[in-house]
Structure formats: structure tokens, C-alpha cells
Design a protein around this ligand. Structure first.
Ligand SMILES: C[S@@+](CC[C@H](N)C(=O)[O-])C[C@H]1O[C@@H](n2cnc3c(N)ncnc32)[C@H](O)[C@@H]1O
Length: 213
């Protein structure tokens, strides 16, 4: 479910760290401040953590360096191979946001960076419903992802990408399932979470949600 992009990630895995380092001009603004953003998320996370869409384990590495116990879930075999080399201390399993091995460990934080947009709206809701039960009473969901303030903002970012000649980025912004802020807020609220949003760069937002009282 929601893993139709896996072939693309198997192909992207070996050059992914170059992209987040800003070597691809099309995605430079998307990942601007990447390591600082992940550092902020790593600081906020409470152990034990489940991380979805681990990729090449850049966030995993930062959380483990802060002595947090991390269970990673990643659908792409090639990403898992690189992640296991970069962060052998973390247990990284095959799976996705909704289908993942059942865990006996109490979970304090569910985290993810640049991945939740791979789920369609109904899949995002199904994942949040599952996480409400997975998390301990004071547990939190902490995500970083590209968001649009609203539909007008989405169209503006797509047009600007096209004008700059960033046609792959423009296509991604149209075809992947990036949320508008109010829609995502509603999804969290209806699943029993209190949620807050903070913009981190032109595209990325920090999303923090805790179980309502
Ligand atoms: C843009 S990368 C982000 C990787 C890493 N979290 C980071 O911040 O650099 C997106 C990752 O999400 C994974 N992914 C794609 N669909 C997914 C799904 N349905 N559930 C979980 N992860 C998924 C991809 O394989 C890829 O590793």
C-alpha cells in the first residue's frame, strides 16, 4: 500500500545523499538546510522510536548518535542496504507506513522525514489511526515533509518550478500526494491528535502531533 514509488527509490538510492547535499539544482530548495532539519527532529524524538521511510538512514544515524533506540521501516531494498551500512545499530525492517512488523516495544515517537507524501489521503488517515494505538499515552508523531499552505500556494510553487526549468520537480509536485496544511491538520484532529506546524524552508514543514487529552 502506497509503495508504488519503490522502483524509483531503488534507482535513486546510490545518488540520494548527493541530492540532499544540494548537488541537483532542481531539488536544492526542497532539501535546503536538510541536516539541520533532521537534527531538530532527532532532538525532539523520544526513545524508543519507530521511523518510517528511513532512506539512507541520515535521520536514523542522528537519533542513534543521541542514544535513541530506533526501529526503522523502509520498503526499498537498495535504501535498506545503504541504511544498514550507515547505521548498523538500528534494526531496519522491510515494510511501509501501514504494513510493518508488529512490535512488542512501547513506542514514544513515530518519526519520518520527506516520506509521508507517498501516501494518498485515505492511506494517511489509515496510518494515523494505527499510530494512535501504537503510541504510548504521551507519545508523539514528528514528521518533516513538503506541504502546501493551500491550493493557490501549490499552483504558485508548480508554476515557479516550471519557469525555472525544473520540470522534474514540477511533475513531482503535481503527481505525488503532498498535502495542503488544513487538510492534513483535519486528518490529525479526526484521528484524536493535537497538531502543530512550523515551516522550515520553502517546501518543508515540521509537523508535531500528540494524543489529545
Ligand atoms: C525522499 S526519501 C526520504 C528518506 C529519508 N527519510 C530522508 O529524510 O532522507 C523517501 C523514502 O520513503 C520511502 N517510501 C516510499 N514509499 C513509502 C511508503 N509507502 N512507506 C514508507 N516509506 C516509503 C522511499 O523508499 C524512500 O526511502
Amino acid at each position: 500500500m502506497g509503495i508504488e514509488f519503490v522502483d524509483l527509490f531503488n534507482q535513486w538510492a546510490s545518488s540520494y545523499d548527493d541530492t540532499v547535499a544540494g548537488k541537483d539544482p532542481e531539488y536544492r530548495e526542497v532539501f535546503e538546510g536538510y541536516h539541520d532539519m533532521l537534527e531538530e527532529l532527532a532532538d525532539l524524538s523520544l526513545s524508543p522510536v519507530i521511523e518510517f521511510g528511513v532512506g539512507t538512514a541520515n535521520l536514523t544515524r542522528k537519533m542513534v548518535d543521541k542514544n535513541k533506540v530506533v526501529i526503522g521501516i523502509e520498503p526499498s531494498e537498495e535504501m535498506r542496504r545503504i541504511a544498514a551500512m550507515k547505521c548498523p545499530e538500528a534494526a531496519i525492517y522491510e515494510g511501509d507506513f501501514i504494513n510493518y512488523p508488529s512490535l512488542q516495544t512501547p513506542v514514544q515517537s513515530i518519526v519520518s522525514s520527506f516520506a509521508f507524501h507517498h501516501l494518498k489521503a485515505d492511506e494517511k488517515i489509515a496510518a494515523l489511526a494505527k499510530y494512535y494505538h501504537q503510541l504510548e499515552a504521551k507519545g508523539q508523531i514528528i514528521f518533516i515533509d513538503t506541504l502546501f499552505k493551500d491550493e493557490d500556494h501549490k499552483q504558485t510553487l508548480i508554476k515557479n518550478a516550471e519557469k525555472a526549468g525544473f520540470l522534474n520537480l514540477a511533475q513531482d509536485l503535481q503527481e505525488e500526494y503532498y498535502s495542503c496544511l488544513e487538510d492534513l491538520k483535519e486528518m490529525f484532529l479526526t484521528q484524536g491528535f493535537e497538531v502543530s506546524f512550523k515551516q522550515l524552508n520553502k517546501y518543508a514543514w515540521l509537523i508535531q502531533a500528540k494524543k489529545g487529552e
